[in-house]
Design a protein around this ligand. Sequence first.
Ligand code: DGL
Length: 260
Amino acid sequence: MTSNAPIGVFDSGLGGISVVREIRRQMPNESIIYFGDSANAPYGTKPTEEVRTLTQNVAEHLASQGIKALVAACNTASSAADTYLHQTYDFPIVEMEPALKVACDRGHGKPQRVIVAATELTLNERKFSALMQRFSSKHTVYRQPCPDLVEIVENDQLENHDLVMATLHRYFDEYDLASIDAVVLGCTHFVFYRDYFRELLPGHVAIVDGNAGTVRQLHHLLEINDTLADAEAQGGAKLENSDTSTAMATLMHKRFEGDS
Ligand code: DGL
């Protein structure tokens, strides 16, 4: 059996569009409804309770549209939601967390020095602490909140090279980058900065994000549920936002179609 029902994907704003792009790459036959909650962004500096409520509202908005799976393309919402989404819906749910395991596994047993860049909420919540516990006895893990990187994307300043590089230097100059093995982009907004991080970091430092793994997990869940789209289905993405301005619609399409 197949299902041509859409997959719901959401984020606090524009960051999850980087995940939508990866779904389009890996699963071009799937239809996607994306909801960015830019009117309420950022989530990462808000109290957990508030983000949990925002996440519940967005999930309900997508669930009411007959989706066959839900992707929380937001590490912050995934941390705040805790077990709520899994307990509430019976379709497959995919949540995100910083790809620390991927960064540590790159060492093939050798201790790694890893910076996890994410939101304050993600880095302070239980979900990330549990992840840290699995790796911090063997590896050195630094937590680096980067709230301005969310704002820059939401304010359409991503092409402002000087602003972005100055912001990255502000967050990362305190590290001895030559001694670091990997930087984890633990917020979907940060995935748009890959080229800037490449410019900032010494060549040997790996830049790791969880988007490809998240989409592989989505594919796996749809496969075992027998709800992958028909091979002939013409997939696509519909982009919605709680900020209903024309400027936001234009910005969403820019991020969806852009090459960063
Ligand atoms: N894109 C979100 C994430 O992956 C968070 C951005 C925000 O602070 O709203 O964590």
